[in-house]
Design a protein around this ligand. Structure first.
Ligand SMILES: NC(=O)c1ccc[n+]([C@@H]2O[C@H](COP(=O)([O-])OP(=O)(O)OC[C@H]3O[C@@H](n4cnc5c(N)ncnc54)[C@H](OP(=O)(O)O)[C@@H]3O)[C@@H](O)[C@H]2O)c1
Length: 267
């Protein structure tokens, strides 16, 4: 079983004051994975939401991420220590390398620091994010690379990201799919709408159910309790082979998370 629960709550672009209540309501509804990052500037608010929820800390998986300006050995440890203090919920369950290095920091150095952070009791598990197949091949090959638990990457019906998904699965690792709704495109698509109507749910739950059926973990962000509750229904949707195939066919390579520092934008 994965150390990360199948369906989690994201907090990207959620302001700190909203984050606390969003995390609290999600946990009350039954979510058990909360995803944040140094870069989101809401870790303290995530921690407050966890404490306010009253849910037993041991039941919750908290993921945070180290930004790409902090991938040197000492910087990783300092970043994780600062995240732990801001979160205020004890040991961090999963720490991810948010993006591969932009300035040539060897991945062995970063992964080595992650391994040390486990030994020091700062974090329980570590992984990577936005790693392409070749970068992942390199990361799993360095000392400590065999303990990587996930590659968190963008995947949705319009961006199936097959090369990176397949590379991650080839290593026996879990993909954690982010931006599962394709920045709102899922809610506008007639194929997904028809499937959703058949299952008595909304389009977002069909996109999440498709990702789950394809063996991935999913994180969605929502400030709305109604949307949070609705998205949990994805766990109960069973798509037929035909429905899965018709969603597979929507892939058109429409990537959303595409910053200039992404590895696929570098020459
Ligand atoms: N590793 C990375 O580089 C990376 C990059 C991007 C994201 N992430 C992580 O992945 C998480 C998810 O990605 P995301 O936040 O970009 O996108 P998302 O979850 O695909 O979409 C969030 C948006 O969808 C809306 N929404 C959610 N459920 C809905 C529903 N049932 N009906 C209608 N609208 C709904 C939300 O609005 P409401 O608030 O109104 O519900 C929000 O505007 C992030 O929060 C973050 O934790 C990681």
């Amino acid at each position: 079983m994965s150390v990360i629960p199948a369906l989690g709550l994201g907090t990207f672009r959620v302001a700190p004051d909203i984050t606390t209540q969003s995390v609290r309501t999600a946990l009350e509804l039954g979510y058990r994975h909360i995803d944040t990052a140094v870069h989101y500037e809401n870790e303290a608010a995530v921690g407050a939401g966890i404490r306010e929820s009253g849910v037993n800390r041991d039941e919750i998986c908290v993921t945070t991420k180290v930004w790409f300006d902090s991938l040197r050995h000492r910087a990783v440890l300092d970043s994780l220590e600062a995240s732990r203090e801001r979160l205020g919920v004890g040991v961090i369950d999963v720490a991810l390398v948010h993006w591969p290095s932009v300035d040539g920091v060897p991945v062995a150095e970063t992964i080595g620091a992650m391994r040390e952070a486990v030994d020091a009791g700062l974090i329980r598990h570590y992984g990577v994010s936005n790693f392409t197949g070749p970068l992942l091949d390199e990361a799993v090959g360095v000392p400590g690379g065999d303990a990587i638990v996930t590659n968190q990457i963008e995947v949705n019906p319009f961006f199936a990201n097959r090369a990176d998904v397949d590379a991650t699965h080839r290593h026996g690792l879990k993909v954690t799919a982010y931006m599962p709704l394709g920045e709102g495109r899922v809610q506008r698509d007639p194929v997904i709408a028809a499937i959703a109507e058949r299952h008595g749910v909304d389009a977002p739950q069909i996109a999440c159910a498709w990702l789950l059926a394809r063996g991935m973990l999913v994180i969605t962000a929502s400030r709305s309790v109604e949307h949070q509750r609705a998205n949990l229904r994805a766990l109960d949707v069973r798509l037929s082979d035909d429905e899965l195939a018709s969603i597979d066919a929507l892939d058109c390579g429409a990537r959303n998370a595409n910053p200039p520092f992404a590895p696929w934008n570098r020459t």
